[in-house]
Write a protein that binds this ligand. Structure first.
Ligand SMILES: Nc1ncnc2c1ncn2[C@@H]1O[C@H](COP(=O)(O)OP(=O)(O)OP(=O)(O)O)[C@@H](O)[C@H]1O
Length: 208
């Protein structure tokens, strides 16, 4: 499903990742690990957000050769989402709906599901951190990608919302969608059946 080949990422002279070969199949994958090991950097590479040396392929689509097609198959929710504070949740959702070429109905159902509908007319600047996180999760689920990358999806959301997120991930995995998650909190096996648990050790991805 997802493969990385000869990935090298440096910030200046600081080398963060050096991965010769790595691949994962469809499923739910959890990337754990300590602060600064390179999880967010890896996610930004896979989602085409930052420059890097090497090749990334998702279901046979190469990120560098077919960037638009590749991006349509992937969705990425940042650990700490940052949006313009002067737009409303609705305006952000409209943007995602339009760029992902999908119906607004899907986003409305997601907003209801995460109990965010009442806040979507408000400007993002007045959102609480949990509301902002839920908005970013709603945006991540808009469209029909093959792989969802969720960086620290559990931070700042309440227990009920976390349970809803687990439930949504389980349902979508049954439909054949794949997930790459990071979390500093343990992901308990009764909430999610993980296919692999991964960690970045010495700039490489290791399966635990
Ligand atoms: N834009 C950047 N410029 C310079 N260095 C960076 C940049 N982004 C990340 N780094 C460095 O790269 C390393 C990996 O950072 P990254 O954010 O990928 O780690 P992480 O595993 O996601 O950490 P955390 O668990 O704390 O979120 C760190 O040493 C960090 O300081």
């Amino acid at each position: 499903m997802l493969s990385l080949t000869n990935i090298n990422k440096k910030y200046g002279s600081h080398e963060v990742l050096n991965i010769s070969e790595w691949r994962i199949d469809n499923g739910i994958h959890w990337l754990k690990g300590g602060n600064g090991t390179g999880k967010s950097t890896l996610f930004r590479i896979i989602s085409g957000q930052i420059p890097f040396d090497g090749e990334v392929e998702l279901n046979g689509i190469n990120l560098k050769k077919e960037p638009i097609k590749f991006r349509s198959k992937i969705s990425f929710a940042e650990a700490e989402p940052q949006y313009p504070l002067f737009i409303t949740g609705n305006e952000l959702i409209d943007f995602y709906t339009e760029t992902r070429n999908t119906q607004r109905k899907q986003a409305d159902e997601l907003a209801d599901y995460f109990e965010m509908s009442a806040f979507l007319y408000n400007k993002i600047g007045i959102y609480s951190s949990g509301m902002l996180k839920k908005l970013s999760l709603i945006c991540a689920f808009i469209g029909n990608p093959d792989l969802y990358i969720l960086d620290e999806p559990l931070i700042t959301i309440d227990i009920a919302s976390a349970d809803k997120l687990y439930c949504l991930i389980r349902e979508m995995a049954v439909q054949g969608k794949s997930f790459l998650l990071s979390s500093h909190q343990e992901v308990s096996s009764d909430k999610l059946k993980l296919d692999t648990v991964l960690q970045i050790i010495d700039k490489q991805i290791v399966q635990l």
